[in-house]
Design a binder for this molecule. Structure first.
Ligand code: NAD
Length: 367
C-alpha cells in the first residue's frame, strides 16, 4: 500500500477542530498517511514570528499536497491575507469549489451540482494599490488625466485590476481539462467584458480561444450580474463556471449558499504540481474550542484530496459515508438542524465519529 506524506495545517480559530476531525475520518478510510504538521496564520505568527513561515512552504513544496484549516489574518496591522500570499508563493492558480446538494441539508434549493473554477492569483487581488492622497496616487491621477483626458476625483484611492493572457489561458485550460477528466459537459466563462474591455474582455477572448480546442465540451459566457440572477432563480443549467479572481470569490460563496452554507462547502487551491485542500469557510473565531461547528467542508476537502492522490475508491466510500450521516440528520452539527437549533445537535468530533461508523458499516457490508 502506498503511504502518502501530506502537510497538515491546523490553522486558527475552529481550524484545529475541523482538521482533527478530517484527519481521523481520512485515516479511517484505511488509506495510509504520514502527516507533517506545519503552522500558518495567527498561530504561526505567535510561535514562529511569521504568518507564512518558510518551513511551511518548504514542507508543501516537498510533499506537493496539503490539507489546510482556515487561518486568521490579523486585521489592521498591515498584514495581507495569508491565503492570498500562500496561493501566490506556490503559484496555486486555480481555486476549485464543487457545490453539490446532499439530501438532508436544509436549503432553498435541491439537485445543485456546480463546479466553480476561480482564477487565484490575478485581478484585484494583485495587491497593487495606492492610498488616497499619496504622491503615487497623485502621479497616477495626473497620468490618467494627461493620457485619457479623464479627470478623476483627487480624493480617490486606487486598486489596479490586472488580468493577463497567460493567467486567463491557464485557468481556462484548467476548467476544460477538469471537464474532460470528470465527465462534465459545459464550461461557462463569467465576466463583465461590456464594461472592462481590456481586462475582462481579454479573459473572455482567451476563454473563447481555449474553448475552440475542446469541441467535445460546450462553451458559453455570461455577464456576472446576469449569472447571479440566474443562479438564484435556477433558470439556467450551469455545469462548470470559470471566473476571474474577484467574481470567483463572490460567486463561490453564493453557490455555497445554494447548497446549504459555508459549513458544507469544500475547496482546493491547485497549481501545476502542488495542491492545497481547504474548506471555503474561515476561522469563525467566536466558535473556537467549542466543539460545535460543522467538519463537513473540511472532510469533503479531504475527499477531493483523496481523488487528487489517486485514492478514488476511498474518496467514494468517504463521500457516501458523509452523505448517509447527513441524510439521516441525527448525528449532525447545529447548522444542519432545523432552525439551526443546538438542542439535538452533536459536536464536531461526534459528527466525525458518526461518519467513521458509517465507513466501517459500509466496509462490513462489502465483505
Ligand atoms: P467565517 O467563514 O470564519 O465565519 C462566518 C460564519 O459562518 C460563522 O460565524 C459561522 O456562523 C459560519 N461558519 C463558518 N464555518 C462554519 C462551519 N464549519 N460550521 C458551521 N458554521 C460555520 O468568516 P469570517 O467571520 O468573515 O472570517 C473569520 C476569519 O477567517 C477572518 O480572519 C478571515 O480572514 C478568515 N478567513 C480565512 C479563510 C481561509 O483560511 N481560507 C477564508 C475566509 C476567511
Amino acid at each position: 500500500m502506498v503511504k502518502h506524506t501530506v502537510t497538515l495545517i491546523p490553522g486558527d480559530g475552529i481550524g484545529p477542530e475541523v482538521v482533527a476531525a478530517a484527519r481521523r475520518v481520512l485515516e479511517a478510510t484505511g488509506v495510509e498517511f504520514q502527516w507533517e504538521v506545519a503552522n500558518a496564520g495567527a498561530s504561526a505568527l505567535e510561535k514562529e514570528g511569521s504568518l507564512l513561515p518558510e518551513s511551511l512552504l518548504e514542507s508543501i513544496r516537498k510533499n506537493k499536497v496539503a490539507l489546510k484549516g482556515p487561518t486568521t489574518t490579523p486585521v489592521g496591522k498591515g498584514f495581507r491575507s495569508v491565503n492570498v500570499a500562500l496561493r501566490r508563493a506556490l503559484d496555486l492558480y486555480a481555486c476549485l469549489r464543487p457545490c453539490r446538494s446532499y439530501p438532508g441539508i436544509i436549503s432553498r434549493y435541491e439537485n445543485i451540482n456546480i463546479i466553480v473554477v476561480r482564477e487565484n492569483t490575478e485581478d484585484l487581488y494583485a495587491g497593487i494599490e495606492f492610498a488616497m492622497g499619496s504622491p503615487e496616487a497623485e502621479k497616477l491621477l495626473s497620468f490618467i488625466s494627461q493620457n485619457q483626458g479623464i479627470e478623476v476625483r483627487k480624493d480617490s484611492g486606487i486598486s489596479i485590476k490586472l488580468i493577463s493572457e497567460t493567467g486567463s489561458r491557464k485557468i481556462a485550460r484548467f476548467a476544460f481539462e477538469y471537464a474532460r477528466a470528470n465527465g462534465r459537459k459545459k464550461v461557462t466563462a463569467v465576466h463583465k467584458a461590456n464594461i472592462m474591455k481590456f481586462s475582462d474582455g481579454l479573459f473572455l477572448k482567451v476563454a473563447r480561444d481555449v474553448a475552440s480546442a475542446y469541441p467535445d465540451i460546450e462553451f458559453e459566457d455570461r455577464l456576472v450580474d446576469n449569472l447571479c440572477a440566474q443562479l438564484v432563480q435556477q433558470s439556467h443549467p450551469f455545469d462548470i463556471l470559470v471566473l476571474p479572481n474577484l467574481y470567483g470569490d463572490i460567486v463561490s460563496d453564493l453557490c455555497a449558499g445554494l447548497v446549504g452554507g459555508l459549513g458544507v462547502a469544500p475547496g482546493a487551491n491547485i497549481g501545476d504540481e502542488i495542491a492545497v485542500f481547504e474548506p471555503t469557510h474561515g476561522s469563525a473565531p467566536k466558535y473556537t474550542g467549542l466543539n460545535k461547528v460543522n467538519p463537513m467542508a473540511t472532510i469533503l476537502s479531504g475527499v477531493m484530496m483523496l481523488r487528487y492522490i489517486n485514492e478514488g475508491v476511498a474518496a467514494d466510500r468517504l463521500e457516501a459515508a458523509v452523505a448517509e450521516v447527513v441524510a439521516e440528520g441525527k448525528s449532525v452539527t447545529y447548522d444542519l438542524k432545523p432552525g439551526r437549533s443546538s438542542a439535538t445537535a452533536v459536536g464536531t468530533s461526534e459528527m466525525a465519529d458518526a461518519i467513521i461508523m458509517k465507513l466501517s458499516e459500509g466496509a462490513s457490508r462489502q465483505n
